[in-house]
Write a protein that binds this ligand. Sequence first.
Ligand SMILES: [Zn+2]
Ligand SMILES: [Zn+2]
Length: 269
Amino acid sequence: MNARRLRFFLRHVGEIRCAGALCGCRYGLGHCQIWNGQINDGYGLFWNGNTDLAAHRLWFEHHHGPLAPEECVCHACDNRPCVRLDHLWKGDRTLNNADMVEKGRRAPFSGEKNGRARLAEADIHEIFRLRLLGVSNKTIAKKYDVGQSHITGILSGAIWADVSKEDRIAYQKAYDAILSANLSQASRGEGNAQTKITEADVVAMRQFYRDGTHTCIRLGKMFGLGDGHVNQIIFGKKWSHVPGALPESMRRGPGRKRASLTTFTKPIL
Ligand SMILES: [Zn+2]
Ligand SMILES: [Zn+2]
């Protein structure tokens, strides 16, 4: 950037101050510095005279030198319009979740002891517990007021790896069970052959439905039952001897947003 461009650029670099719910201070990183120029897809844009460039990337390169095309600039704060230099680092696009892996390496995110991470060890265990109950990443992220990618990072073991070792083993088992249930569903056929389910399955089905992460159709596929059958189980028309049937008031219509297997992140052990 020449001096003139730099002057233009600096006009759009805001003050370091609290950016609210998405601010880096929620991760103990200090407040963000929000780009006050043009924004696209959440990221700041800067017109360099020829083309629009990502402001955070340009700013990073201005200070650290040019990057290769496959290198990207990630936000430690998960806050896209932020251009605060110490919230940015160089990542690699080829790594699926480069930024989360990177966070795992960065001291501020490695655990409770340094006093900078927002979540406590107990929260990490609770996050796994909720996820195993079928609560979606999104809902959990909301509960803890962190980004969804933060939850994904925890579930995958990219961050808080030491704390979550046991949790991730349990999580892996559940993940494998769901995966095999989904795979065997094709060979079982739906709704015709009587599938053997257990009381635990009944409890799980009702829990998944109550959490809003799964529809009857989806549960039917998971457990090898027709969706009508699942419906009767959930609302206690069948398996009524197992406590915990849902009241009719919790019945939902079709088309509700739900978590899919793709949001059930494969853990790294
Ligand atoms: Zn802040
Ligand atoms: Zn920031």
